[in-house]
Design a binder for this molecule. Structure first.
Ligand SMILES: [Zn+2]
Length: 202
């Protein structure tokens, strides 16, 4: 999910394991199973990420992670049959920089759950814009703490004012993506997978 996490994982996967998987997926009739989301746990069992089954399998083949739960599908390669994991756990503990998630429109909308932070309407991504809480013209920065999801009518109403001047109240104070938010998103993604529950709900 986070760019930093993805990069660190990419770094963990060597060419040889990726090559093995390329052979394996070539003879696999249902490649959809390889796109199924897999929950990634730290060595401490703390949930840290969600990745595609294909990447999870590479991490297991590479010896970086082990399968904790399986999703019932088999992956058949030339000489090997392995179960597709549903949850994997890294064998070595990794410090994960939760605060460094990339600032982007997509991630702001994700953080605010596609909800206008002034009128609480939940809308599609195309119907939302980003509002600078302190307007840019007044020195407001494009940061996690100063950007919120906002519907177009609220954005027009607020105009070039601060929320106080416009008599508009923010639903919550905008914050950088943190562990709590990441876990909330993982829970939303994992709602359909019973095997994720014991790692995410406690
Ligand atoms: Zn609104």
């Amino acid at each position: 999910m986070g760019a930093k996490i993805d990069n660190s994982m990419r770094g963990m996967v060597g060419r040889s394991a990726a090559g093995v998987l390329a052979v394996a997926t070539g003879s696999y009739p249902n490649s959809q199973a390889l796109h199924a989301p897999v929950l990634v746990l730290n060595a401490s069992y703390e949930p840290i990420n969600v990745c595609a089954a294909r990447r999870a399998i590479v991490l297991v083949l590479k010896g970086v992670a082990m399968a904790e739960e399986e999703n019932g599908h088999f992956l058949h390669a030339a000489r090997v049959a392995m179960r597709v994991p549903s949850v994997i756990r890294l064998l070595e503990y990794r410090r994960i920089p939760h605060q460094t998630r990339a600032l982007s429109r997509k991630n702001i909308l994700l953080r605010d759950r596609n909800t206008c932070q002034y009128c609480a309407l939940v809308l599609g991504s195309g119907e939302l814009t980003l509002d600078h809480v302190i307007p840019r013209s007044r020195g407001g920065l494009s940061t996690w703490e100063n950007l919120v999801a906002c519907c177009h009518p609220c954005n027009r109403q607020k105009g070039n004012q601060t929320p106080a001047e416009a008599s508009m109240t923010l639903m919550r104070e905008p914050r950088a993506f943190n562990l709590h938010t990441s876990r909330h998103i993982m829970r939303l993604m994992g709602r359909s997978d019973d095997k994720w529950r014991k790692y995410l709900f406690y």
